[in-house]
Write a protein that binds this ligand. Structure first.
Ligand SMILES: C[S@@+](CC[C@H](N)C(=O)[O-])C[C@H]1O[C@@H](n2cnc3c(N)ncnc32)[C@H](O)[C@@H]1O
Length: 274
């Protein structure tokens, strides 16, 4: 790998991590990520006829909501099972397979580009942003979310359970190369957008409680969704069942009277223009 290679081993791990996981993601973490969709589309200033690209569409939640607003929607994802699901969720959108940081679109073809919890899944965030900028028309608007570096208490539940069980993250699922990383703060994300050549970058924190039953919330990692799921599945059966035991113990702090967990989450929502 050279310093200027468009992808890194982090990207290769992402391809493996999402392979065939669309349905499991949609039933678990996809519901969590759906919370930011109205604010994201509001921040992106989507109207009837807006030419919108949803990058990393996953199960198509953002694409479907944008179609409901009357936008002219394209959507892409790097994972074929996600593309299949998104086509079903947003039948009037044009959904195709494409992998950041290279999109199969000409320059300046979109009024709006959105990416809900995707920039945190690419090996070279700055290159990815430059590509999102490239496909925006001058004056066009980018809106995206990532997880905050200061997570809500609910975000720590599953990692804490794994840690208490002695689970160790497999080395190949390591974090971004520090040379590609950036501070996961409002200022850090806004600065990255500016470095990518975008204008008037702003970023704010979004917080909410995600509600799910304890079993449903556990079923995400238990079915191997995301890095936390791959980490869980890489453990011995004894450590996996110990992790579940710790999860049930720690989850009591989040129980609500109606039997679900209320899990506080914190994300960053950034906007900028080309
Ligand atoms: C956390 S999910 C978010 C999905 C969707 N935006 C949502 O709100 O539910 C991340 C998605 O980004 C996709 N993805 C990851 N890396 C990508 C890349 N380099 N190019 C395109 N899509 C990517 C994954 O396949 C996955 O569907």
């Amino acid at each position: 790998m050279t310093p200027t290679a468009p992808t890194t081993p982090f990207d290769a791990n992402e391809r493996t991590a999402w392979a065939g996981r669309a349905e499991d993601y949609a039933a678990t973490f996809g519901r969590l990520c759906a919370h930011t969709v109205p604010e994201l589309l509001d921040a992106a200033e989507v109207f009837g006829g807006t030419r919108l690209l949803d990058v990393g569409t996953g199960p198509g939640t953002v694409a479907a909501a944008a179609c409901d607003l009357g936008a002219d929607v394209h959507a892409v994802d790097a994972e074929p099972s996600m593309v299949d699901l998104a086509r079903r969720a947003a039948p009037s959108a044009r959904v195709e397979l494409a992998v950041l940081p290279e999109l199969p679109f000409p320059d300046a073809g979109f009024d709006v580009v959105v990416a809900n919890f995707v920039l945190n899944h690419v090996g070279r965030p700055l290159l990815a942003l430059a590509e999102l900028r490239r496909v925006l028309r001058p004056g066009g608007r980018l809106a995206l979310t990532i997880w905050s570096g200061t997570p809500g208490a609910g975000q720590a539940l599953i990692p804490s359970a794994l840690q208490a069980a002695g689970a160790v993250r497999p080395p190949h699922l390591g974090p971004l190369d520090p040379a590609d990383d950036f501070p996961r703060t409002p200022d850090g994300l806004a600065a990255l957008l500016t470095t990518a050549g975008l204008q008037s970058a702003t970023c704010r924190t979004v917080t909410w409680d995600h509600h799910a039953t304890a079993d449903t919330w556990w079923s995400g990692p238990a079915s191997g969704v995301a890095t936390i799921g791959l980490t869980l599945l890489a453990q011995t059966p004894a450590i996996q069942s110990e992790a579940r035991r710790h999860y049930d113990r720690l989850a009591t702090a989040f129980h609500t009277p109606n039997g679900t967990l209320a899990l506080p989450h914190t994300a960053l929502l950034a906007t900028a223009t080309r």
